[in-house]
Design a protein around this ligand. Structure first.
Ligand code: C2E
Ligand code: MG
Ligand code: MG
Length: 488
């Protein structure tokens, strides 16, 4: 029986556990043989004892199975149970609850109260399924993520408990004298129906809450429209899609014209990367850049961007296209590279362009996250006459002393802020922000200008550059060249 079990579960066990279990057979067999010939030595009993010690210490480790702070099963137990279910092709229904504000709550409440909160919440989830005697599995998967699994895959089975959990999230939870508000997202799905592979299911755990609505709403995967399912699959497979695109060199640079109010002409352009996937169409850079940033492939993408933009800048000066410089976006990881300066200078030399033909966009978050290395990179590059723009101004908390410390020339006001120009209060805020930034020596560029009205408003406020659909969307290289020629 032992041999059969070992064979069936061989893929589920780690090598260490498998070796411990398999090694019991030759030892015990040898002990039986010895004892058959010399019954006065209790060798078999001795080997049994050793085997039990091995099983208890290596194979069966209860502290791995239960999360001691939350009091339900741990993520290790979840992974091994799910591996088992996939290996045996056993259908499971899974409910996930993600507390989205868990980091903020941890910061406010401190470890002890936060852990009590998790424990209380875990108990409440259990009670929604009928308490500890329930046939479901309850797991805490770290970082505010809970899972409940059931072998009952009927679609109505999780309906009422999911609703109860949703109400629990909408109401606040009392922790002594504190009223704690949770912000959570709930999702119900089936395996292998929705995810036919263990790894796909695992990567879904890390992404589902970025796509579904928060505030306690429940999403049933089986009820989603085909289009939403495709988007979900794409988000789940994004890392694979990006690696494939890098291997097949399938990225392309688009260019969006930037208008200079003073010179009344298109003076520069922002280079924006595009990825077309044969299964999912155009994928937003916001999505794949974020994913590439996490996996580190962003550095390869960054080199592609640098190479393409420098090549295009050389083409512009060779053909006499009146574009003074091209802005390119630097990702956070690129800004942190200690050989960034050499890399940029390498491409400038390779295509024989002037450093003034490049302008690098750095976001506020990048500038604030890795302060020293980013500041060192920026100072080094500006010594070589490369200029910088501060991207996405207005989306975070601006640190003015930080902005003035770094060699920025241009501040790019984000679309989300620019859109509010018709609101009276926001218009005042924008006006004085622009005035203040100009007074400390910055030039102002507004992004996302879509209408003539917006264009006029920002021109009146003294903005230097305008970028947006009002003039043109980002265009493939050839169309961009045509656009500039026709507007010359
Ligand atoms: P960003 O650098 O702030 O780029 C501006 C975004 O606003 C672009 O979106 C552009 O297409 C869009 N946009 C411009 N004018 C308008 C308008 O009038 N209306 C609307 N609705 N949108 C407008 P896109 O191309 O989707 O890029 C999104 C973000 O992805 C960029 O934000 C940037 O952070 C990142 N990104 C794009 N290309 C690259 C790249 O080559 N490297 C890196 N590291 N990041 C990139
Ligand atoms: Mg940008
Ligand atoms: Mg921007």
């Amino acid at each position: 029986m032992g041999c059969i079990y070992l064979f069936v579960y061989r893929k589920v066990l780690t090598t260490e556990k498998l070796l411990a279990l398999v090694s019991m057979y030759p030892w015990n067999l040898a002990a039986i043989l010895i004892q058959a010939y010399a019954p006065e030595y209790l060798v078999e009993m001795f080997m049994n004892t050793i085997s039990f010690v091995l099983v208890v210490n290596i194979v069966q480790r209860p502290e791995e199975q239960i999360n001691p702070t939350v009091g339900i099963q741990s993520h290790i137990a979840y992974m091994s149970d799910m591996k088992k279910a996939f290996a045996l092709n056993k259908p499971v229904q899974i409910l996930l609850v993600k507390i989205l504000n868990h980091q903020a709550l941890l910061n406010i409440l401190g470890y002890d109260t936060f852990n009590s909160l998790l424990k209380k919440f875990a108990g409440k989830i259990q009670s929604c399924f009928g308490g500890k005697g329930s046939p479901c599995g309850f797991y805490y998967l770290e970082n505010g993520l809970f899972a409940v699994t059931s072998e009952n895959v009927s679609s109505s089975f999780f309906k009422i408990p999911a609703q109860k959990i949703s109400e629990m999230i909408t109401d606040s939870i009392q922790m002594g004298k504190l009223d704690v508000e949770l912000n959570g997202c709930i999702c119900v799905f089936n395996c292998p129906q929705d995810f036919d592979e263990y790894d796909k299911m695992l990567s879904f755990l890390n992404t589902f809450y970025t796509y579904f609505p928060a505030k306690g709403s429940v999403t049933y995967l089986e009820e989603l429209q085909e289009k939403q399912k495709a988007e979900l699959r794409m988000r789940n497979e994004i890392n694979g899609i990006v690696s494939k695109a890098i291997a097949e060199n399938r990225f392309e640079m688009y260019y969006q014209p930037i208008y200079s109010v003073r010179e009344k002409r298109f003076l520069s352009a922002e280079a924006l990367i595009r990825l077309y996937d044969e299964n999912y169409g155009f994928i937003s850079p916001e999505l794949f850049i974020k994913a590439a940033e996490k996996t580190g492939t962003i550095l390869q993408i960054g080199e592609f961007v640098l190479d393409s933009v420098c090549r295009f800048a050389a083409e512009c000066s060779r053909t006499g296209l009146p574009i003074d410089y091209i802005e390119l976006n630097l990702s956070m990881k690129q800004c942190m590279q200690n050989d960034l300066t050499e890399k940029v200078l390498y491409y400038i030399e390779k295509y024989n362009i002037k450093p003034e033909q490049l302008n690098l966009e750095v976001t506020e978050t990048a500038a604030n996250t890795a302060q020293d290395i980013v500041a060192a990179n920026m100072c080094e590059l500006s010594k070589h006459n490369i200029t910088f723009s501060l991207d996405d101004y207005g989306t975070g908390y601006s640190n003015f002393s930080r902005i003035t410390e770094l060699p920025f020339h241009i501040v790019k006001i984000d679309k989300s802020m620019a859109d509010k120009v018709f609101d009276k209060t926001m218009k005042t805020i924008l006006k004085y922000n622009i005035q203040l930034l100009k007074e400390i020596g910055m030039e102002i560029l507004v992004e996302g200008v879509e209408t003539e009205d917006m264009f006029k408003q920002f021109k009146e406020m003294g903005c230097d550059y305008i970028q947006g659909y009002y003039f043109s969307r980002p265009l493939p290289k050839n169309e961009f060249v045509e656009f500039i020629k026709s507007r010359q």
